[in-house]
Design a protein around this ligand. Structure first.
Ligand SMILES: [Zn+2]
Length: 124
């Protein structure tokens, strides 16, 4: 296994950030397309099927909004990980200070916890 350099790690984070931003943009587009007013008028133009369509749209919008929230939170994790690359501790767990491990950092560039702390986090 080759050692993960800070330059490689930063480029992994940048890539992940770009992908996450793209994902958020796509979600926002889907969200806007599900404008209840617009969907209602589309439905109204044909047969009047009533509320079920609207409820589904609202449900779908809520789901997308939740996803956008999660993705935004993930962006903050990426930014925080990027900040940590300016310190000497970027390879260390923010909880216990042990090395996170190059393989884990490569797979999950935004992570700030070693696998042990991650596993324990639920209990804390
Ligand atoms: Zn740890």
């Amino acid at each position: 296994m080759s050692a993960l350099t800070v330059a490689k790690h930063r480029s992994n984070l940048e890539k992940l950030r770009a992908e996450t931003e793209e994902g958020i943009t796509a979600l926002e587009v889907s969200y806007d397309e599900l404008d209840p007013e617009e969907v209602a008028s589309d439905v109204g133009a044909g047969e009047d099927e009533g509320g079920s369509e609207g409820d589904l749209t609202r449900f779908e919008r809520d789901r997308i909004r939740a996803r956008i929230g999660e993705e935004r939170a993930f962006l903050e994790l990426i930014d925080a990980a990027m900040e940590r690359t300016k310190t000497k501790k970027w390879k260390n767990c923010t909880r216990c200070g042990e090395p996170i491990g190059d393989a884990r950092l490569e797979a999950l560039p935004a992570t700030d916890l070693c696998v042990t702390c991650k596993a324990n986090r639920g209990a804390w």
